[in-house]
Design a protein. Structure first.
Lengths: 251, 331
């Protein structure tokens, strides 16, 4: 665990010093601002049937920045290290593969969390500026952010796995984006397929991120999505360690 | 066993620092390292030689626990590199072949990071980093980004990294690879200095280096040990020990070669075309070990009435051993 802590610090530092991560952050935050304005806009003309939170965490203005952000954060992690050969330096020090995976994931997740802070502030801005009572409940807000972070954990783990499977950052990025798109779109399938058996439908609902988010923004907190995302993240990170080891064991 | 009482002298001998037993590695069903056995005692400096692709790097990677072996066992200071890799690695300072480094870190930052990773704690981190930077001549670039440094400095960082936690065993994979002659000399001096206090396993293609600093060499070819022992012993054991250069004036070089072959102790005689000029002919002879053929050659030249203007014996070098063992026609 000591090794993981030291690697975690180094990884955070690497993120902080890389100009690329600041560009990503800037673009993401600007897009969040755009999304916020777009979500707020309809309220100026007439009362809306849906809440601000629901409008903000929905549609392409939410999903596209989200699905682009994840691969840009993760594609570098292992692919670069393997390409440069620095993995050899890491794994010949008294360090376990597990430590490397945990440290890299944790550092990326921390940075990912930071990127959501400005959006959080936007949502409060409205209340602060206008002095009006908030247009959403605090519980719903926390549920939504909790869900977004859990979802992010799993999506970042997808990115970790992709990055561990190739030495090309670009390939890792594209694989991650493709996999996440598939994950989101798959859940939209049932309505187009017509009648389905109940367990199948329940499964599709279980993995429907869009629906999870809609519920959370409406203040409905369900533990099942959290189980799905967090256990998914765990399994994917274990697979990442396995992929890194397989490279070495192959004979 | 109940014989411990009678075999006391053996029990007193310290166990080897490195023990390799039947170590094997395959890549895609091609065997790259065949069952390999050797030991390294504490304090030894062992040169690991062999042509490109012999399996030196692969073996070193298995010793450091980076590559899992396909078979066999290896242990360092009693720790098995497969079952107890973390403990085994604590005893090893490894400098990989092309010294991969984080280019986005500063030298001192990187070395402190490596020190912490290898278990150096607290105030010792800075202390050790400063110490190895001084030792390896890195003090002048301590604040520079690693990405902006020349190859020579990167090699030094690799060496400093290997030394940082004062390991028992140094495994250096071509530490002088890509250095200029001055730096090679410096690096060699440095390794020689380390030899007093460390156990070293180093691979290199510069054989003069090995002759000067290694107590023992292991020559590997196609994944098998072809020869092992102190350099002098290997040289002494060489069949074609020594090369003799002869320059004389004779009408027919072929006749001279025939005559040379008659001389006792000459194994092989060839015309050295480059050395022939205006009636003078140059020959290169390979002599059998332990025999000085120069006297016989001088007598032969006198008997035949060939004017002789050069008769020079080059003592055999490790390079001759290496070529003899690993050379195959057509490669
Ligand atoms: N990851 C790998 N996958 C497949 N083959 C490999 C791999 N690593 C090494 N080899 C093969 O193993 C053999 C031995 O390679 P190794 O790098 O150990 O040689 P070496 O003795 O270090 O050579 P050099 O003097 O060129 O450094 C080579 O034929 C090489 O192609
Ligand atoms: Mg090599």
């Amino acid at each position: 665990m000591q090794a993981a802590r030291i690697l975690f610090r180094r990884e955070l530092q690497a993120i902080a010093y890389a100009p690329g991560s600041h560009v990503v952050a800037a673009v993401f935050i600007v897009l969040q601002g755009v999304g916020y304005v777009a979500a707020l806009r309809p309220f100026l003309d007439s009362p809306q049937s849906r809440g601000l939170l629901e409008m903000f965490f929905q549609g392409p203005l939410f999903w596209i920045p989200f699905l682009v952000l994840v691969p840009t954060l993760t594609m570098r992690l292992f692919a670069e290290e393997r390409k440069m050969g620095t993995m050899e330096m890491l794994l010949t020090a008294p360090v376990r593969v597990r430590d490397v995976v945990v440290a890299k994931f944790a550092a990326t997740f921390v940075y990912f969390c930071l990127l959501w802070v400005p959006g959080f502030l936007f949502l409060h801005l409205h209340g602060w500026v206008s002095g009006a009572p908030p247009v959403f409940e605090t519980g719903a807000l926390l549920a939504t952010y909790g869900l977004v972070l859990a979802m992010g954990a799993m999506f970042l783990a997808v990115g970790c796995l992709a990055s561990a499977m190739t030495t090309s950052q670009l390939a890792a990025g594209i694989m991650t984006f493709g996999a996440l798109m598939l994950l989101i779109l798959l859940a939209q399938l049932p309505p187009t397929l017509g009648q389905m058996a109940d367990p199948v439908q329940r499964f599709f609902f279980y993995i429907n991120s869009d629906a999870h988010l809609r519920d959370a923004t409406a203040g409905l907190l369900d533990s099942r999505p959290f189980v799905y995302y967090l256990s998914g993240a765990g399994v994917l990170l274990a697979a990442t360690g396995y992929a890194l080891n397989a490279r070495r064991w192959r004979s | 066993m109940s014989e411990t009482g009678t075999t006391l002298p053996q029990a007193v001998a310290p166990p080897p620092l490195v023990r390799v037993e039947g170590l094997t590695r395959r890549f895609h069903r091609r065997t790259v390292v065949h069952p390999l056995d050797f030991e390294i005692r504490r304090g030894e400096v062992v040169g690991f030689l062999g042509p490109n692709g012999a399996g030196k790097t692969t073996t070193m990677r298995m010793l450091t626990g980076y590559l899992p072996p396909s078979g066999g066992r290896a242990s360092i200071a009693g720790c098995d590199v497969i079952h107890d890799p973390i403990k085994a690695r604590r005893h090893v300072g490894y400098m990989p072949e092309n010294v991969p480094l984080y280019t986005d870190m500063r030298v001192k930052e990187y070395l402190r990071f490596r020190a912490r990773l290898k278990g150096v704690r607290g105030r010792d981190v800075r202390e050790r980093a400063r110490h190895v930077m001084d030792e390896c001549g890195l003090s002048a670039v301590r604040g520079r980004m690693i990405g902006t440094l020349s190859k020579g400095y990167r090699q030094r960082i690799g060496l400093a990294d290997a030394l940082i936690n004062q390991p028992d065993l140094l495994i250096l994979d071509e530490p002088t690879n890509g250095l200029d002659p001055n730096q090679i000399r410096q690096a060699r001096e440095f390794i020689r200095k380390l030899a007093g206090t460390h156990t070293v396993l180093l691979s290199t293609h510069i054989l003069g280096e090995v002759e000067q600093i290694c107590d023992r060499v292991i020559i590997l070819d196609e994944g098998r040990v072809k020869a092992a022992g102190p350099p002098v012993e290997l040289i002494d054991g060489l069949r074609a020990a020594g090369i003799v250069r002869v320059e004389l004036a004779c009408g027919d070089p072929e006749a001279a070669i025939e005559a040379f072959h008659e001389v006792e102790g000459v194994r092989l005689a060839e015309v050295d075309e480059a050395g022939c000029e205006e009636g003078w002919c140059a020959f290169v002879l390979r002599a059998e070990s332990g025999l000085d053929v120069r006297e016989n050659l001088a007598r032969l030249a006198a008997a035949r009435g060939w004017p002789l203007r050069e008769l020079h014996r080059q003592p055999p070098r490790l390079e001759d051993v290496f070529v003899e063992i690993t050379h195959r026609p057509g490669r």
